[in-house]
Design a protein around this ligand. Sequence first.
Ligand code: ATP
Ligand code: GNG
Length: 240
Amino acid sequence: MLLKGNKARFTVCVEGNIGSGKSTLLNHFSKFNDVEAFQEPVQKWQDVRGNNLLALMYEDPMRWAHTFQAYVQMTMVEQHLHPCSTPVKLLERSLYSGRYCFVENLYRSGKMTNAEYTVYCEWFKIITQNLDVGVDLIVYLQTDPEVLHTRIKERARSEEQAIPFQYLSDLHTLHEEWLMGPSSSLPAPVLVLDANDTLPNMYKKFEEHTSEILSGKLTVCEEQQDTYKTASPSPVEIVN
Ligand SMILES: Nc1ncnc2c1ncn2[C@@H]1O[C@H](COP(=O)(O)OP(=O)(O)OP(=O)(O)O)[C@@H](O)[C@H]1O
Ligand SMILES: Nc1nc(=O)c2ncn([C@H]3C[C@H](O)[C@@H](CO)O3)c2[nH]1
């Protein structure tokens, strides 16, 4: 239950494919007093009363994808509704990428049945229509699948070591469709950052875009390397 007075003025979610640098961005901005950052609850997914649902999903998606996605959706609702005493709430991923990227991919690749997909989507609709799970800005860390494959190997999260390149490529396509395509399913404007860059250069980009990310005042200028996509349902003030 979201306590009155404990609602952040501005909610940002950081989206991007596996290994795109979301946690890195969250850790950078969590140092600001005005920000409370909420990392993706991966540890919860890895230990559901002793069951590692993340591992089960990767090992046997036909059997476990729907169970995993149902649990992910529940834990992400908790993240969206979690009280936040700071003006800015920074989420790693969101309900929306679970629906439009991961679940869509599982369904399109035949790893989720039509019945499972329908049940999941009905829950998503009820949740987004009745609970305060809105976001004010999406930061999209846009990356190439080839770059991610290397990072995932280096990071060496055990559940991810057998992820085929095609899975990363399919997820990339769905992130691009969702965040760069027509804005029909976008809950907020999108700030796109090219995240193929080196870590030092990414930190420079985080510095450059601090005001937009922490206040929603998007500064649009011609030489801007990164691009903005304003979602029609949620126009944001563009400050030139
Ligand atoms: N710009 C970068 N250049 C090189 N390595 C990077 C860059 N950004 C992140 N990394 C490294 O890649 C790995 C994944 O980074 P990070 O955990 O921030 O990604 P993520 O998007 O949170 O991943 P996941 O989706 O799995 O949670 C980490 O080992 C991190 O140090
Ligand atoms: N199938 C699936 N659905 C989701 O909604 C989802 N969200 C994150 N992940 C996977 C990606 C990383 O391995 C790991 C950490 O992001 O968890 C997901 N996998």
